[in-house]
Design a protein around this ligand. Structure first.
Ligand code: HEM
Length: 409
């Protein structure tokens, strides 16, 4: 009888590789577009690395976004039952839904993220940035993640949702717990517990906030969601709370890293920072390039609804598939000189916001925040430079961002 050999497991999700995953991505891509990657030291997941294949998986209706339950798989089997509530609460998020529910809700939510709705936020965004940069003294040492990149997007999304400033710190703590769970393929029981607790607390908060807002509706995102819920059969009360949490989470957990990763990248390439400072009209293409070069979301996942052939491999129904967006964004078949930063890159079809039906709904908001934050910082502080030791990357492989970023302003 012919023996069935299991594919070779590739190592990717280690603390060391996470500090600079790009040589490993390049090596793997060189060997082929798909690999069986080890997770939590005990199992493995098929992962696609090429731009063409990530794009095709993200658009393929045979690939389901319903994957909350699969996130528990790295936990010990005997403990997974304790986190049913965590998987259930996450499964209500737009990002983890499939059509037709996803299509209906997405269409209604698009209203809150239209070009006009986002552009209307620009003056408030400029003001927020100015308020945060005002207290920074020229020539002083500043931890830029703490003072600027982390709080700025929290403020923006909180204003959009009408969340009081006094609660920002608590929300950041809760969001972090969810990001650590979601972003770490080797997730642990402790991380699952912290994420579950955070989701329960956030649901409680939004239960009250929604009740208040029903009495006093405005033009904020919670009021938009209430309108959607009251309009018919699209959202239940629980799903409404889940979208509030998802938007708050997505609204800052990634954008802070666009700002942090973007500034760090520019400061490592001072000639590019100077070019941008002198030519502010470059900011749009610069932000696209920074999104490609140090993508805040390094992978996303799908679950196969049926057996499928992906890059010549037959993968059974029910198996997960990772789309390595961070690797796809350095694919030499798609990008000329992919490891070179090029703020004027033309036709930059990066996958930082994924593709297909789940293409990031907040992409225009994130782009605007990135543009306003990065340009203002560079222009206000012409001598901005890195200081101290090389900064460390946070150990959430999926959400790529710096633990801290020390600079002289
Ligand atoms: C630089 C910042 C951001 C990045 C890199 C980013 C990245 C992504 C990616 C990769 C996806 C799709 C994942 C998939 O295909 O499974 C996504 C979806 C989503 N993002 Fe973002 N995002 C950012 C900012 C935002 C902001 C500011 C918001 C909202 C306030 C937001 C809300 C969402 C939502 C609700 C989805 C789910 C869309 C759907 O399933 O239809 N994101 N984002």
């Amino acid at each position: 009888m012919p023996s069935v050999s299991l594919p070779e497991r590739k190592v990717l999700f280690t603390g060391e590789i996470l500090q600079d995953p790009y040589p490993t991505y390049a090596q793997l891509l060189d060997q082929g577009p798909i690999h069986y990657v080890e997770v939590a030291g005990k199992w493995a997941v098929w992962s696609v690395f090429s731009h063409a294949e990530c794009l095709s998986v993200a658009k393929d209706p045979r690939c389901s976004a319903k994957r909350a339950q699969q996130m528990l798989l790295p936990l010990p089997l005997s403990r997974q039952g304790e986190f049913r509530e965590l998987a259930r609460m996450l499964s209500l998020w737009l990002i983890f839904m499939d059509p037709p529910e996803h299509t209906r809700l997405r269409k209604l939510l698009n209203k809150g993220f239209s070009q006009a709705a986002v552009e209307a936020l620009r003056p408030q965004m400029e003001e927020t940035v100015a308020q945060m940069l005002d207290p920074l003294k020229h020539s002083s040492e500043v931890e830029l993640m703490r003072e600027f990149a982390n709080p700025m997007p929290v403020r923006v999304i909180s204003v959009m949702m009408g969340i009081p400033e006094a609660l920002h710190g608590t929300f950041v703590k809760w969001s972090r717990a969810i990001a650590i769970f979601r972003g770490n393929p080797n997730r642990t029981v402790e991380e699952a517990q912290a994420a579950q607790d955070a989701l329960i607390n956030m649901t409680e908060f939004f239960r009250k906030a929604v009740a208040d807002r029903r009495q006093n509706k405005g033009s904020d995102l919670i009021s938009l969601l209430i309108d959607i819920e009251e309009d018919g059969d699209v959202l239940t009360e629980e799903e409404l709370y889940a979208q509030c949490i998802a938007l708050l989470f997505a609204g800052h957990e990634t954008t802070r890293n666009l700002i942090g990763n973007g500034i760090y990248t520019l400061l490592r390439h001072p000639e590019h920072a100077a070019e941008l400072r002198d030519n502010p009209q470059l900011i749009r293409s610069a932000v696209e390039e920074l999104l490609r070069y140090e993508s805040p979301v390094q992978f996303t996942a799908r679950v196969l609804k049926e057996e499928m052939e992906v890059c010549g491999r037959r993968i059974p129904k029910g198996w997960s598939l990772l789309c390595m967006l961070g690797a796809a964004n350095r694919d030499p078949k798609q990008f000329e000189e992919p490891n070179q930063l090029n703020l004027k890159r033309l036709n930059n079809q990066h996958l930082a916001f994924s593709a297909g039906p789940h293409f990031c709904i907040g992409n225009q908001l994130a782009r605007l925040e990135g543009q306003v934050a990065i340009l203002n910082l560079l222009q206000r502080f012409p001598k901005l430079r890195l200081c101290g030791q090389k900064p460390e990357w946070a150990d959430t492989f999926g959400f790529r961002g710096l633990k801290a970023l020390k600079v002289i302003v």
